[in-house]
Design a protein around this ligand. Structure first.
Ligand code: FES
Ligand code: FES
Length: 153
């Protein structure tokens, strides 16, 4: 039996068992390694991807629960030659140290900016409340999201 997933605009087929977490399929089957496994228990946000624009924890999302929804990972946001405004802003603000949290942070920020074009700092903080950064770059991350919001306005 196989499962077809719509990932970054393409149909991808996996033979993984239906209960397999989406995170494992992205990384192990399709080499989409941006989403990370931090805790594996929906506690850190490192594995965040979007399902039809909603940020979800892919470490606790079984493949069978995805259905026909569109999966967006960091790899689907921009390209090497044309970065998404959020990716560029994270570089410009140097909003990473180890970078382990960055993919989840950017995906959560993307979901926010898709619905709030000019978010307040409080809205940004609330949107990222479930994304942890062990390196303490939160201040720069918030600045990067504010910079991206201006660039996209
Ligand atoms: S790895 Fe999924 S929330 Fe931590
Ligand atoms: S930059 Fe290291 S965990 Fe956030």
């Amino acid at each position: 039996m196989s499962i077809t997933l719509r990932i970054n605009g393409q149909n991808r087929v996996t033979a993984a068992a239906p209960e397999t977490p989406l995170l494992y399929i992205l990384r192990n089957d399709f080499e989409l390694n941006a989403a990370k496994c931090g805790c594996g228990r929906a506690q850190c946000g490192d594995c965040t991807v979007m399902l039809d624009g909603e940020p979800v924890r892919s470490c606790v999302t079984p493949a069978a629960a995805v259905g026909k929804r569109n999966i967006t990972t960091l790899e689907g946001l921009g390209s090497i030659s044309k970065l998404h405004a959020l990716q560029q802003a994270f570089i410009d603000e140097q909003a990473a140290q180890c970078g382990y949290c960055s993919s989840g942070m950017i995906i959560s920020a993307k979901a926010l900016l898709d619905t709030h074009r000019s978010p307040t700092e409080e809205q940004i903080r609330n949107a990222l409340a479930g994304n942890l950064c062990r390196c303490g770059t939160h201040t720069r991350i918030i600045r990067a999201i504010q910079r991206a919001a201006k660039a996209l306005a």
